[in-house]
Design a protein around this ligand. Structure first.
Ligand code: PLP
Length: 427
């Protein structure tokens, strides 16, 4: 038995399902998850010594690739001074300044330790600020695992959410209204009928948790206009898109100023760090200034903050996003060509350092369309690529990520593997 398989068997004794986060379990693609021992640049090595080109990048944070020297150096320097104080440090003030300078809609920011904490806190703040309970989210968007966000509408149910996880009280779910992504008419109807009860819209401004779905310009405008008109807040959940799609996140690309923004992943450079921030008058409602409580023992942790600052400094270099965007576009174009040569029904798109691959004829615009893509073909492709040392997200419904370390050599190797993988699908 490989070390990997032995480890997975052992892991299942004391860890439910053998993993500490469900999608790692390969449940959707089948097979045994890889246990990684090491990462460097664009590559990861599993415990059996097999090397892979990594297009997951820890689900987004590793925009500079694995073990980037500047990030490691910053982390080690910070660690030598102490791992945690539970008291203010100078570095967290530096990171707050950096975030507010780079994202103009954020006048103030609070640091937390995970994307879930950021979204959960932003929603509590929106409810506290508006004095309203209802929340609008969109089908297929993932905002972490807080109760009110684990809700998905049943068919035709626009007014009451149904929990999509056991353990979420129906009363909590009832305040979450779930609408189809990109559906302006549904949004208008809900605001027309219940606008005075809605605290906020929370949205992935480019959705990356149902594969990659882009918002239409009309959808972007409608969210901003309707929230403004009805006194609700617009929360951009940029945990995934923040500093991944561009230097000012998705809001910079859209030209939208949300009331609150949630950040995570890239801002922590691979360490447990996230943030939420926005309008100063709203942020002033947070404890210790205001009545909305939010706290964290490890919030603003100095080692995580050091990784975040080092990462943000590196991505500020000249041409960083232009290069990343071009390389990601080259990747998806190469994959598209390989699929076309073998007449596989396949399409792709990318934005910044994020990409989507779809085993379908057209690029989907929402959850229902994503669900019609050919999952069996994805699973065959995933395993054929994995066997050839290409590590893609183990699900047809996740975006992929390119780092600054993915060069032409890595892309070329990926195309050769894809040629064989598409060929296997054809047979
Ligand atoms: N929001 C978005 C858009 C995400 O993609 C994620 C995680 O993938 C989260 C929130 C939750 O972040 P975390 O896993 O750090 O709690």
């Amino acid at each position: 038995m490989s070390h990997n398989n032995a480890l997975f068997a052992r892991a299942r004794h004391h860890i439910p399902g053998g993993v500490n986060s469900p999608v790692r379990a390969f449940g959707s693609v089948g097979g045994t998850p890889r246990f990684f021992a090491r990462g460097e640049g664009a590559y990861v090595w599993d415990v059996d010594g097999q090397r892979y080109i990594d297009y997951v990048g820890s689900w987004g944070p590793l925009i500079l690739g694995h073990a980037h020297p500047a990030v490691l150096e910053a982390v080690m320097r910070a660690a030598r001074n102490g791992l945690s104080f539970g008291a203010p440090t100078a570095a967290e003030v530096d990171l707050a300044d950096l975030l507010c300078e780079r994202v103009p809609s954020m006048q103030q920011v609070r640091l937390v330790s995970s994307g879930t904490e950021a979204t959960m806190s932003a929603i509590r703040l929106a409810r506290g600020h508006t004095g309203r309970d209802k929340l609008v989210k969109f089908e297929g968007c993932y905002h972490g695992h807080a109760d009110s966000l684990l809700v998905k509408a049943g068919s035709g149910l626009l007014t009451f959410g149904n929990p999509s996880s056991a353990g979420v009280p129906a009363a909590v779910a009832a305040d979450t209204i779930v609408l189809p992504y990109n559906d302006v008419a549904a949004l208008e109807t809900v605001f027309h009928e219940q606008g005075d009860q809605i605290a906020a819209i929370i949205v992935e401004p480019i959705a990356g948790n149902m594969n990659l779905i882009q918002p239409s310009p009309a959808f972007i405008t409608a969210m901003r206009t309707l929230t403004e008109a009805h006194g609700a807040l617009l929360i951009y959940d940029e945990v995934m898109t923040g500093f991944r799609v561009g230097p000012q996140c998705a809001q910079g690309l859209h030209g939208v100023s949300p009331d609150l923004t949630c950040l995570g992943k890239v801002v922590g450079g691979g360490m447990p760090l996230a943030a939420f921030g926005g309008r100063a008058d709203v942020m002033a409602k947070l404890a210790p200034l205001g009545p909305v409580y939010q706290a964290g023992t490890l919030s603003g942790n100095p080692v995580a903050v050091a990784a975040g600052i080092a990462t943000l400094q590196e991505i500020d270099g000249p041409g960083f996003f232009e290069n990343l965007e071009q390389q990601t576009a080259n990747l998806v174009e190469g994959l598209r060509k390989e699929a076309a040569k073998q007449s596989v029904s396949f399409c792709t798109q990318s934005i910044g350092g994020m990409f989507g691959i779809y085993f379908s004829k057209a690029i989907p615009t929402g959850f229902a369309e994503v669900m019609t893509s050919d999952r069996d073909n994805f699973n065959l492709f995933f395993h054929a690529m994995l066997e050839q040392g290409i590590y893609l997200a183990p699900s047809a419904f996740e975006a992929g990520f390119v780092s600054a370390c993915h060069g032409s050599a890595e892309l070329e190797t990926t195309f050769v593997a894809a040629r064989r993988a598409f060929n296997q699908i054809q047979q």
